[in-house]
Design a protein around this ligand. Structure first.
Ligand SMILES: Nc1ncnc2c1ncn2[C@@H]1O[C@H](COP(=O)(O)OP(=O)(O)OP(=O)(O)O)[C@@H](O)[C@H]1O
Ligand SMILES: [Mg+2]
Length: 274
């Protein structure tokens, strides 16, 4: 190899390494996700990606497909088309879904943690048991380790004094914080929230938003479907505006909230403000 070739080779290597680093930095890559329920097309060719340690907010009017998108990511719905890659590996290829066993689907689902609007805690278990359950049953962690991790997570959620309480003994905001601790206990690559505060009284909303804000400042990779616009503006690196099953507009919070380009986005943000 002569000097010129070596130089060229070096340049190629540098380029490949830069691409590799870029690729390594991507937690989630969603390509061409479509989903119909019967003749109702709910998601149309949805594409987006999310970097490690960053948060995306998804906003949009009721029925625009936000929950369905999260459910597809969590294997709770099967998309008709599309590919989902997590940390550079194909996790879901819609064309191959039929060949996956239930066990395999359960395993792949673990890449995502899901926090629902309605908390969905197990009523017969205490806060601590709710958080320990999946690590012990699904992850086969030993009880001692699962318990210490659950205690730690409940403490991060500001619930150290509630570990032995049952869900019915907790406020909605406290239940939602237990649900967040429960999702974190499985160490998901990506934490998804579907309107985590919309079932809460306004005075309890703040405490839940504050723990999510805290997670964001600790660089938790997150997707947040929310109607809390000022929260979305503060906490996210990227905002997606969904309309009738497509991502109509996307950008930084300043771009989407400060200078929306699409009429539909302007109308939506206007309706929320009023
Ligand atoms: N299992 C289902 N069967 C049939 N239609 C469904 C199903 N799930 C969702 N849909 C339809 O898909 C569309 C999108 O629903 P989705 O719940 O994803 O909207 P969304 O953006 O989350 O709305 P919201 O803000 O009200 O939660 C709606 O028209 C809904 O009726
Ligand atoms: Mg929804």
């Amino acid at each position: 190899m002569d000097g010129a070739e070596r130089k060229k080779d070096h340049g190629e290597l540098k380029k490949m390494s830069a691409e590799n680093t870029k690729e390594n930095n991507i937690a989630l890559e969603v390509t061409g996700i479509s989903k119909a329920f019967g003749s109702t097309v709910v998601l149309k060719n949805v594409d987006f990606s999310l970097k490690k340690g960053e948060a995306i907010s998804i906003i949009g009017s009721s029925g625009s497909g936000k929950t369905t998108l999260l459910r597809c990511l969590n294997f709770l719905e099967t998309p008709d088309t599309g590919i989902i890659k997590v940390n550079g590996k194909v996790l879901l290829d819609a064309s191959e879904m039929k060949s996956l066993s239930d066990e395999e689907i359960r395993k792949r689902r673990l890449h995502f943690g899901m926090v629902f609007q309605q908390f969905n805690l197990f009523p017969q278990y205490t806060a601590l048991e709710n958080v320990m359950l999946a690590p012990v049953l699904v992850d086969k962690k030993n009880k001692h380790d699962a318990r210490s991790r659950a205690v730690e997570l409940l403490s991060v959620m500001g619930l150290s004094d509630k570990t032995d309480r049952y869900p019915h003994e907790l406020s909605g905001g406290q239940q939602q914080r237990v649900a967040i601790a429960r999702a974190l206990a499985m160490d998901p690559d990506i934490l998804c929230f579907d309107e985590p505060t919309s079932a809460l009284d306004p005075e309890l909303t703040g405490e839940v938003l504050s723990v999510i804000r805290d997670l964001s400042s600790r660089h938790t990779t997150m997707i947040i479907v929310t109607h809390e616009m000022s929260f979305a503006r503060d906490v996210s690196h990227q905002v997606l505006f969904m309309d009738s099953g497509i991502i109509l507009e996307r950008g930084t919070p300043d771009e989407v909230f400060g200078n929306p380009k699409e009429e539909r986005t302007k109308a939506f943000l206007g309706s929320i403000d009023s």
